[in-house]
Design a protein around this ligand. Structure first.
Ligand code: G3H
Ligand code: ZN
Length: 287
């Protein structure tokens, strides 16, 4: 099936009061596992490659992007490619040529004014090159090995009035909001601020994105989708599944040397996890 765009998938999900799930992929096994899961439940999906995943690939975007494009085209469900948590302008400018339809430009660590300036420049460039641009206001903590932000820290929550102004001033197509989730959680006990989400949904004229969803329990994810989240980003849950399955396989066969045995186990575990996540999001009540 030809690649579709993130903009189409998010708009379609938002028009039905639902959300599209965006999954971070690092290896070919992640890519295959996510597409297999999407085909199993017949749901569209977004494959995300983060700037950190590109760093892991010696700074080269093209090889992993080419694998994702080829796997998506061979699949039977709609798949879009998204470049995630981009800080580098150089990486942003490679997105369209590598098959990505969208980029999340991450300047949330900057002051409000600096975030606006950097994001507006990125959005202008993205739009003139046919890309859909997501940005972040208020900081979802836990990035790059930093712990979650204290709930009372400045920026730990997105303020609705500022969010509306940010979208007007930058022209972004979607906004990642800080409502209580945090990146890289290995427990699923984040409590979201649904009152704040309702206020953001009222104030902000573009789709809202939930980052750090691995730490959010199923019921909270469903409630957030019903409350106006249109894109659900998940990465760490896949790492937990893959690493756990590979560890178990190696423990069970300590003399084995064929990487296909443990990679297959890891890939199966990622597929099972993604099937469960896609089913959870698809089952969200209409808000
Ligand atoms: O942008 C990616 C997501 O926010 C992933 O967060 O790894 O905590 O699920 P997570
Ligand atoms: Zn994120």
């Amino acid at each position: 099936m030809p690649l579709c765009t993130t903009g189409e998938l998010v708009a379609d999900a938002a028009s039905h009061h639902g959300a599209v799930v965006a999954l971070n992929v690092i290896t070919l096994e992640h890519i295959e596992a996510v597409i297999a899961a999407a085909e199993h439940v017949n749901e569209p999906v977004i494959l995300q490659v983060s700037e950190n995943a590109v760093k892991f690939r010696a700074g080269r975007l093209h090889p992993v992007a080419a694998a994702a494009v080829a796997a998506a085209r061979a699949g039977t469900v709609p798949v879009a490619l998204h470049l995630d948590h981009v800080k580098s302008g150089e990486l942003l400018r490679q997105a369209a040529d590598c098959g990505f339809s969208s980029v999340m430009f991450d300047a949330a660590h900057l002051s409000y004014e600096e975030n606006v300036t950097a994001t507006r420049t990125a959005a202008d460039w993205a739009h003139s090159n046919g890309l859909w641009l997501e940005a972040e206001l208020g900081e979802v903590g836990g990035k790059d090995g930093n712990g979650p932000l204290d709930a009372h820290a400045p920026g730990a929550r997105t303020e609705p009035g500022e969010a509306r102004r940010f979208v007007e001033e930058t022209g972004v197509d979607a906004l990642a909001v800080a409502i209580g989730s945090s990146h890289a959680m290995t427990t699923r006990d984040a409590a979201l601020d649904h009152t704040l989400l309702a206020a953001l949904h009222d104030a902000v004229p573009v789709p809202l994105v939930l980052h750090g969803s691995s730490g959010v329990p199923d019921a909270e994810i469903r409630r957030a989708v019903a409350g106006g989240i249109s894109k659900v980003n998940i990465g760490t849950a896949l790492s937990i599944a893959m690493t756990g399955a590979i560890r178990a396989q190696l423990d069970a066969d300590p003399r084995g040397v064929d990487p296909r045995h443990y990679l297959a186990a890891g890939r199966r575990a990622v597929t099972d996890t993604v099937v469960q996540l896609l089913t959870t999001v698809a089952a969200a009540p209409v808000g």
